[in-house]
Design a binder for this molecule. Sequence first.
Ligand code: HEM
Length: 447
Amino acid sequence: MTQHHETAENNGNADHEGTKEGLSRRQFLGLAGLGALTLGLGGGGGFALGRHAGDGIDSDVMKKTYEFRGEHQQGIITPAQQQMHTAAFDLTTTNRDTLIELLQDWTLAAERLTHGELVKDYTTTLTKAPADTGESMGLGPAGLTITFGVGKTLFIDDEGRDRFGLGDKLPVALRDGIPPMAAEKLDPKRGGGDLIIQACSEDPMVNLHALHNLTRIAFGRATMRWTQLGYGRTSSTSKSQETPRNLFGFKDGTSNIKAEDSQSELDKHLWIQAGDDQGSWAAGGSYMCVRKIKMMMEVWDELVLAEQEQIIGRDKIHGAPLSGGEEFTNPDFAKEGQQGNPTVGSSGLAIAPDSHVAMMNPNNNSGRRMLRRGYNYLEGVDYLGRLDAGLFFIAYVRNPAEGFIPVLAKMKSDQLTEYLQHLASGVYLMFPGVKETDTYVGQKLFE
Ligand code: HEM
């Protein structure tokens, strides 16, 4: 890391703030003498983290950027990236202006990060802590999206007291939350939070760098309440994407809201509309419904294939519905099963009515649709030596009471539930997009 010091001295201005600052991540990489700067981050958890700044950015995936500003925030309908890092924060300030300043600072930083810049221009001043922590130098923007939202406790505290003069704007969906469900053992410390940030990209270090710096920026104003790493997307949010697999080995995300769906379909199921109950400040936003679900992998692994397929309602290799066809063929829930086929249960139907797909499919749920955007997680072993792993389930909907909660409640009778335990739960309103003229995310809430 001594190379860092050489740069400062070569520039001849090591101790003068302002004059030799202003190096973006890209400019920083372009400087001579940095080829040997090794970030020394290799070897963690199977991810390819070890990189050299001088290597430059070597793949299209790592160069990818998504527009930060627009009608909607990025990270929702954006093609789901491979890696996720989400964190919720509790405010330590009680001052409304300080809260607004935090959102302003986060917005400035996030816009730079998603463009592949450092969070602030790099400071080559030896007598000051660098403005950016630096662990993503050498990596590209990697398709980073940063999505901001709010939880119930931003509006009112546990005793129902207004915290920042926003109490009368509390959306009903946040007030009501997600009611108790079957097969859950929720840890309240792993849910809730005043604010939430979802960072997704193609590289775990790019995500970590973003959240690390956003947390640092929040110092003295907000502290991290919970955080979750996710690897391997478990959904497709664009028809251009291959369907990935979940930790039970099944294709997941075949039937999902996708970016190519019509505007009227997206407006109906995904985006909050101006006339909805929370008021126009939230129009263009979406509710993020979160469930951390442990998957009993060792038990599942020993089920015979026919049973696994019957539980899901699709075949394991191709993801086709058990009623026939290919992956994207619509399931036929009325089709009789073939006699003697071991995937056919007591109902005699090709797709068991209590299979996961039959339980969740919009045709059996008054047309309700959601945009699923979850990730696998793995957090070591549990007290019995089993994998502590599962799905960090995320669904985006226009209105949880309509599009999510009634469907989730049906999992009570879903065969899949026997192999799951829900560990955490949360619902957040993700702000509308940051418009060209806006100075910060969520601005309309405060106007
Ligand atoms: C660890 C837990 C879960 C696993 C392993 C799982 C797995 C799957 C699989 C393999 C599919 C079929 C492929 C597809 O169409 O994407 C699917 C579909 C689906 N899942 Fe899940 N899922 C889980 C939890 C949930 C939860 C909590 C919900 C929301 C209440 C949900 C909602 C859906 C929906 C809406 C579909 C599409 C059904 C259709 O349109 O046919 N899943 N899931």
